[in-house]
Design a protein. Structure first.
Length: 117
């Protein structure tokens, strides 16, 4: 399985970006998808996750109310809509894929998001 993340870039504080992650996996429509991020000098942290059906997404407290995760199973793609961006959102954003009861087995290469104040 290969995951290709895109959509990162430079945004001003308060602005928006939409990330996409396309999966080559044949079981995408049954897999759980997640977004994580890693800032320089910091550990990777969880951002959001979404089940195969798109129901009951889960968010980190730091992004709740600002970020929205969604998916299009027909396109094998998961999205992360990021609004009201803050400088502390600056990081490399990575998407990941796993089976319902498994661990995060597949990771994309990441896309850089930089938010200026």
């Amino acid at each position: 399985v290969q995951l290709q993340a895109s959509g990162g870039g430079l945004a001003q504080a308060g602005g928006s970006l939409r990330l996409s992650c396309a999966s080559s996996g044949r079981t995408f429509s049954r897999d759980t998808m997640g977004w994580f991020r890693q800032a320089p000098g910091k550990e990777r942290e969880f951002v959001a996750t979404i089940t195969w059906s798109g129901g009951s997404p889960v968010y980190a407290d730091s992004v709740k109310g600002r970020f929205t995760v969604s998916r299009d199973n027909a396109k094998n793609t998961v999205y992360l809509q990021m609004n009201a961006l803050k400088p502390e959102d600056t990081a490399v954003y990575l998407c990941a894929e796993k089976k319902v009861y498994g661990s995060w087995a597949y990771w994309g290469q990441g896309t850089q998001v930089t938010v200026s104040s």
